[in-house]
Design a protein around this ligand. Structure first.
Ligand SMILES: C[S@@+](CC[C@H](N)C(=O)[O-])C[C@H]1O[C@@H](n2cnc3c(N)ncnc32)[C@H](O)[C@@H]1O
Length: 286
């Protein structure tokens, strides 16, 4: 899919999902989010950028950890997602969060952050390597990044949602969704982007859904296929739902489901004294 179209689909889909993302996903993603935060080991005073921040599930605890003198810049392609973060931070008494609506491949700043976080965002970017180079560019030498993605396709029991939706729309929703989840792929790509001291960990989880509605809501309404799903007519929607429920039937547990899932969390560092040789969005050599 052309990059411009992929960004448009993502922005529209996540704008639509923003109000119910946490209802369907907070509990399910919490173990991966906790591991990202634990791995990042944030300290008071650090300057952090959270890329593809969503509703702020990583941003807000990160801001609490770096307070009072540190700050977090929360960025996302979806205006509604960044608006959620901007609303929530002051409600939690956090005055050290700024938000910016932007693409992950064109970040603000230049060697200005101690830490770049990106939790479950890379799968949606048109060019994850270009985004990681951008993470490297905005980090100060010696700064660190912690990123997470979904793991191997065969270990994610909900994965059939993509072919089911793709069969009913004209272009793939997330063409390379599981590419970085393959063994070693995340670490390899971080290396290509110039990072050093790379470590990769896998985390297996069970996604628990209380009933069919819960499982369908998470798959179709609370995530990246929300735009395509919103455009289905009644018959298409019903057939897609039935096909998806059949695909997770083996994980049924009473009226609900226990669907396996896997995450990959990686950490890496920009070498001390390293000079970025990447071009920024204006095309100038850094
Ligand atoms: C699964 S959510 C993750 C949100 C949050 N980091 C978390 O862990 O809950 C994926 C996020 O990626 C954002 N996104 C998708 N494509 C993007 C892009 N090209 N640049 C920046 N953000 C993007 C979406 O808007 C969405 O908020």
């Amino acid at each position: 899919m052309e990059a411009k179209l992929q960004r448009w689909v993502q922005r529209q889909g996540w704008d639509r999902a923003s109000s119910c993302y946490e209802r369907y996903w907070q509990q399910q993603l919490q173990p991966a989010i906790d591991l990202v935060l634990e791995t990042a080991d944030l300290r008071p005073g650090e300057q952090v950028i959270d890329v593809a921040c969503g509703t702020g599930m990583v941003t807000l605890p990160a801001a609490a950890r770096v307070a009072p003198t540190g700050r977090v810049l929360a960025t996302d392609l979806s205006p509604k997602m960044v608006a959620e973060v901007a609303d929530r931070a002051p409600a939690l008494g956090l005055t050290n969060v700024a938000v910016e609506c932007c693409d992950a491949q064109t970040l603000t700043g230049d060697a200005s952050f101690d830490v770049v976080l990106c939790s479950l965002g890379l799968m949606y970017f048109p060019d994850p390597l270009a985004a990681m180079r951008e993470f490297h560019r905005v980090l100060r030498p010696g700064g660190r990044t912690v990123v997470s993605v979904w793991g191997e396709r065969r270990r994610c029991g909900w994965a059939e949602v993509f072919p089911i939706v793709d069969a009913r729309v004209s272009s793939d929703v997330c063409p390379m969704f599981f590419a970085l989840g393959a063994q070693g792929a995340l670490a390899f790509t971080l290396g290509q982007a110039g990072f050093v001291d790379i470590e990769e960990h896998r985390l297996s989880v069970e996604l628990r859904y209380a009933n069919d509605d819960d499982a369908l809501g998470a798959a179709f309404v609370g995530g990246p296929v929300a735009l395509a799903h919103s455009r289905f007519d009644e018959d298409t929607r019903r057939s897609a739902h039935l096909e998806y429920l059949a695909s997770i039937a083996e994980f049924a547990d009473g009226p609900g489901y226990r669907v396996p899932g896997e995450f990959v969390i990686a950490s890496a560092r920009r070498a001390e004294g390293s000079h970025a040789i990447h071009t920024n969005k204006k095309g100038t050599i850094q």
